[in-house]
Design a protein around this ligand. Sequence first.
Ligand code: MG
Ligand code: ZN
Length: 358
Amino acid sequence: MKNRFRILAIMLIMIILTAAGRKEQKPLNLIIFIGDGMGTDQVYAGMTASGFNMTFPAFPVTGFSITYSANRYITDSAAGGTAISTGEKTNNGMIAVRPDSTEIPTIFEIARKAGLSTGAVSTSTITHATPASFIAHDASRGSYEEIAKWFLKGNADVFIGGGINHFSARSDSADLTVDLKKMGYDVVYNLPDLKNSRSSRIAGLMAEEGLPYIDEGRDPDFLAAATAKALEVLSQNKKGFVLMVEGSQIDWAAHDNNMKRTVEEVLDLDRAVKIAYDFARKSGNTLIVVTADHETGGLSLTGGSIEEKTVSGTFGTKGHSAVMVPVFAYGPGASSFSGVQDNTDLFHDFMKLLSLKK
Ligand code: MG
Ligand code: ZN
């Protein structure tokens, strides 16, 4: 009789263990890449120019994200970023607030409350709409100096981008870098100092405004090196981290209808993804999601050559377009990102996979 109980107990434990084993593994760390303005044509232009040698288009899971905002069929980066960072649609121009201007908690704020570390890297000013959507709350994306003040809340342990002027050359003559230093941030202004920093909190202010285009002087290593440094710092936290890396200037190049720069900026983003991918492969517990806030330029590839790795296209607009944007995912939880989803669903997937609660 005793033996029969023991056998039943063992069988029960085995059933429970098997069921647990079937549950998809959850990530500890999340790295979100936002190619601002990066539609499928921008990605395929990069793939062609690279000789099909890009990292993120080879990710095992792909999907699409629907990008309309609360008040416009065609979103801007503020509402697009807010959808991804908060799970709620808002009006164009608004940063992590609802159309009635009430604040919406961002994934950075929620993750930090749960003990995770957070970071943002961008080739625009760090106060620009996309990174700001994760760190600040403001009804107007253009309030850069107000947005800069939000960084004093410590919502990002590491932030690297442009925007010195919004911290140190302000209309109220305050120097926010003084406060940042008091908070333990190592404030650095160039790539060598960034690479050499040993601080657990880093404010990398790498240009007065946005960083220049690569052909106008931006180090082609900047985004990848900044991503590597952010990963080095954030991965010290055993509770995990959330990192957002933005390829900001895909959008700018596409607004200019500049095909060459559009391709360069997509490949620049991919170099940063490669750094994250190598980290994720080693760590085994890191989810990478690469997507866009919207497409810019209404780009249509109308010619090119696989042999010569060239591509030509026509732009249908100087603004943004309404098309769905691609989503690429790698790592534990990646399968949540297959198929067509609303941009707000990305946030809810992140929350669920990281076991975070509002
Ligand atoms: Mg942006
Ligand atoms: Zn734009």
